[in-house]
Design a protein around this ligand. Structure first.
Ligand code: ATP
Ligand code: MG
Length: 227
């Protein structure tokens, strides 16, 4: 599904080699934790899969397509298949929860008559049906982050990328957000989940890929931070 072939990424502005010769293959339907210290290259790797950047060397393939070859509207079509959640919720502040979700459906061209059902369903999944008319500032940090996950899920992406989505949350809220990713995984979504949180890795025994100073230093089976 996602294949990084000898990927290096050099940021010219800061002369940083963020990734070096990374080889990684993620199968369809897999759940992968991406771990490693600050500056290891986790966000850089996710940004390559999002096609925010191109690798300096090597190539990123998704379902056999080299992302470098995607042009024009095919980039937008590709990004629609990818859901993203960041550390901060990034909701539109002047829009209610349901308007934030509707915004995604509009961009994707989903017929308006389907919106209420799609929004109701995803809000039930994240347990926030009662907050659909709330504005983001009226939500707790944990609730806002669950809406951010709902926004990523409502487009029914094949790939879900998460960049420390629980970084601002306490343990209970972090585990609640992890549960949502587990549900998506159970439905067949391919998930790449960057995190520092050992307790999440231990709570959901899945493949763990570790980066250090831009290199892939470990790739291990379920539930262990250490090699
Ligand atoms: N947009 C950018 N421009 C220049 N250098 C960058 C940029 N983004 C990241 N870097 C550098 O690339 C290296 C890898 O950063 P990256 O953000 O990928 O690490 P990370 O593993 O996500 O770290 P953290 O856990 O702190 O989020 C770091 O040395 C960082 O300073
Ligand atoms: Mg990061």
């Amino acid at each position: 599904m996602i294949h990084l072939h000898r990927v290096s990424l050099h940021y010219p502005r800061t002369k940083t080699l963020a990734l070096y010769e990374v080889n990684l293959e993620i199968k369809r339907g897999e759940f992968v934790f991406l771990v490693g210290p600050s500056g290891a290259g986790k966000s850089s790797l996710l940004n390559l899969v999002l096609r925010r950047y191109h690798p300096t060397r090597g190539a990123v393939y998704v379902e056999g397509v080299n992302l470098r070859k995607l042009r024009g509207h095919r980039v937008a079509l590709y990004r629609r298949r990818v859901g993203v959640v960041f550390q901060d919720h990034r909701l539109l502040p002047r829009r209610t929860v349901e308007e934030n979700l509707a915004f995604v459906l509009r961009v994707r061209g989903v017929p308006r008559r389907e919106w209420p059902e799609r929004i109701a369903r995803v809000l039930r999944t994240v347990g926030l049906s009662h907050k659909k008319r709330a504005f983001p500032e009226a939500l707790s940090v944990g609730e806002a982050q669950r809406v951010a996950v709902a926004r990523a899920l409502i487009g029914e992406p094949q790939i879900l990328l998460a960049d420390e989505p629980t970084g601002n949350l306490d343990r209970d809220n972090a585990l609640a957000v992890l549960e949502l990713f587990k549900l998506a995984h159970a439905k067949g979504t391919t998930v790449v989940f960057a995190t520092h949180a050992r307790e999440l890795v231990e709570a959901y025994p899945q493949r763990v890929v570790a980066l250090k100073a831009g290199q892939l230093v470990a790739d291990r089976r379920p539930g262990r931070m250490e090699a």
